[in-house]
Design a protein around this ligand. Sequence first.
Ligand SMILES: Nc1nc2c(ncn2[C@@H]2O[C@H](COP(=O)(O)OP(=O)(O)OP(=O)(O)O)[C@@H](O)[C@H]2O)c(=O)[nH]1
Ligand SMILES: [Mg+2]
Length: 288
Amino acid sequence: MSASSKKRDFDNMVRKMIHGSDVIVEVIDARFPTLSRTRRYENLVLRNRSKQLFVAMNKVDLVPDPVVQKWKDILQEEGIKVIPTSARERLSTSILRNKIIRAVGKDFFYITACFIGLPNTGKSSLINILKGRSSAPVAPVPGYTRALQVLRITTRLRIFDTPGVIPKQLSLGDQVLLGLKRSEKLPDPIRGAWALVHRIDEINPDILREKYEIEYESPPEFLEKFAEKRNKRKKGGGLDLDTAALILLNEHINKAKIPVWEDPDEYLRKRDGALDDDEEDFIDSDGD
Ligand SMILES: Nc1nc2c(ncn2[C@@H]2O[C@H](COP(=O)(O)OP(=O)(O)OP(=O)(O)O)[C@@H](O)[C@H]2O)c(=O)[nH]1
Ligand SMILES: [Mg+2]
């Protein structure tokens, strides 16, 4: 099966699951609250008044508390019911379970919930904790859940685990930043690593310099210095950039070792700045 038809199949599966569920939990990555949201699926849920949408902002253990709080406020202000969670540290997982159960009126005995979201956000990990023992396979690699799984959590509640689906076109930079593909599955790791460095620089230009103590002007220069620092060399003595690129990608995608997250203040500045610009336009054209 080709990659695109598999993607279409997964997309159809997620749509069917949303259709058949009372509660939909979208799991996003707390480091990237805007980039990891899948608005197409959110809108599908929100269009249907009989369905409830919760957004689990997972992996909060990787982000400082004040940043998590700011993102929570922003999303709530935008009308999203958000629950910051950490499957790793078992934070707020029982709150999530109670919200799911209470979302459905007492008239309905059985509740069906489905967990959706991009690959690698922690859907299976969260469901495992709700279930109380390991049942949905989890892996430190994206794209691990391949098919639909249904899990009975309590007599009343069953949860569907879905494979992560990428519903939109994303740049290579966003794909590696969000860890949507296994590093060893990227066709060109060096390009992947450059794209990652470039994208992290856009979000926080200090972070790679601080973490790896490397000064650089461009992503290729960063990767060369990274290879030197880790002493990755080919047999002839030249730098082994392929191996260095895989190590860097692996540190971010599989190990989450790079402390990078979207800045909520920056988001607010852009959002409110855009509003101010619109107002100015309006005043200008009014004054004509
Ligand atoms: N730091 C941290 N890592 C987490 C958390 N939740 C999950 N992970 C890790 O993220 C990786 C992916 O977790 P999964 O539960 O397999 O994610 P998934 O959303 O089911 O992924 P797919 O099935 O590929 O769509 C694993 O390495 C988990 O250990 C969390 O709260 N904090
Ligand atoms: Mg999974």
